[in-house]
Design a binder for this molecule. Structure first.
Ligand code: PLP
Length: 375
């Protein structure tokens, strides 16, 4: 059996190696390393895939969030609501810009931000909401968009983990994750569903003015060469990464399908087990399984992880600590408001999930989990 990895980027690369190697070599030969034609072409192709008017490539998914927030002209101390259960980048950029992060609880079954908790957290200083489409599934955007309309708030969709997933609104409209609101962001970190071979990210918007502004912000606030109209950053997707992404974008749906197939296998193996909850698939969203995350109900999650490690099966705890309890982002809070987050921190375990899992590996993994859980 092939060695089981959390994410197997090497096997994936070998399948497209000649194509990708040629693309990288042609960037080398062109010597157009920054803002070359590959970047522009990738931008256009991603706009087409997402059906988004503007894609602004940048250096990584964290920058994408920061640039999106910078473009909204918020004032120091303005409040931005996001989930307590997510990767730290989301809250990091809010604090970096001297805005105030307001962390709220998530839904127990979907792991995504709880719209009722957003409503309860709104004050006269609230300006924006950052829902995270965590683990590959969209947050409850229909509700969140309603809340934002009622209170005149911006929404930035953090789509770093769910590119390619789709949301179906109650009127039947279907939209790709990251394109449902004014701004969406993503990451092309290697292990993300659409990953390059280094760092990369992008911002999506249909708004011409915002797009113009963000294209300036990523480039030192320059709209005309050497004229700096505002304080910007230096955040670019480099040409080599764009060339890699141009080869991988046409495969994204196939890749997401392979992840879903692995998830189906896991689901079936664990269905009905009294101490294992499989990830819920929401009615309104397709799931692209950036992670496949179980909830272990018998209090033995850490022991299960250890057992799997001994069997050479990697398994990860995403996430072990709530953002509100992290040293850098510590907030006084009432634990009674974060019941779901706190339960999830104790229960979640993510199994290997990538495009290259084969049946032999899936069988070995599920049998090992069940062996431990049925002891
Ligand atoms: C990965 C990730 C980011 C940050 O992306 P980078 O490219 O690593 O900077 C932001 N938000 C979420 C939810 C992520 O998973």
């Amino acid at each position: 059996m092939k060695k089981i990895q959390m994410v197997d980027l090497q096997s994936q690369y070998y399948k497209i190696k000649p194509d990708v190697d040629n693309a990288i070599l042609s960037v080398m030969n062109s010597a157009m390393f920054i803002n070359g034609p590959e970047v522009k072409s990738f931008q256009t192709e991603l706009e087409h895939y997402l059906d988004s008017k503007h894609v602004i490539p940048c250096a990584n998914g964290t920058d994408a969030l920061q640039i999106a927030l910078m473009a909204l002209d918020l004032q120091e101390g303005d409040e931005v609501i996001t989930a307590d259960f997510t990767f730290a980048a989301t809250v990091e950029v809010i604090e970096l810009l001297k805005l105030k992060s307001v962390l709220v609880d998530v839904d127990y079954d979907t792991f995504t931000i709880d719209p009722d908790k957003i409503r309860a957290a709104i004050t006269s200083k609230t300006r924006a909401i950052i829902p995270v489409h965590i683990f590959g599934q969209c947050a409850n955007m229909e509700e969140i968009i309603k809340i934002a309309k009622d209170h005149n708030l911006h929404i930035i969709e953090d789509n770093a983990q769910a590119i390619g997933s789709e949301f179906t609104f109650s009127d039947g409209t279907v939209k790709k994750s990251g394109t449902m609101t004014k701004i969406g962001t993503t990451s092309f970190f290697p292990s993300k569903n659409l990953g390059c071979y280094g760092d990369g990210g992008a911002i999506f918007t249909d708004d011409d003015e915002l797009a113009y502004k963000m294209r300036g912000i990523v480039n030192h606030g320059m709209y005309e060469r050497y004229y700096h109209d505002e304080v910007g950053v230096n955040s670019r997707l480099d040409s080599v990464q764009a060339a890699v992404l141009r080869k991988k974008l046409p495969l994204l749906d196939t890749y997401n399908e392979a992840r879903k197939k692995a998830a189906d296998y896991y689901d079936e193996a664990f269905a009905g087990h009294s101490n294992i909850l499989t990830p819920k698939r929401a009615q309104y969203s397709t799931h692209v399984f950036h992670q496949y995350t179980l909830r272990i109900l018998n209090g033995q999650r850490n022991e299960l992880q250890k057992f799997l490690t001994e069997k050479e099966i990697p398994a990860m705890i995403y996430y072990p600590v709530a953002l509100r309890k992290q040293k850098a982002y510590f907030q006084e809070s009432d634990d009674a408001d974060f019941v779901n987050t706190d339960k999830l921190l104790e229960q979640v375990i993510s199994l290997p999930m990538h495009t290259e899992l084969d049946e032999e590996q899936l069988k070995y993994i599920t049998e090992a989990v069940l062996e431990f859980m049925n002891k």
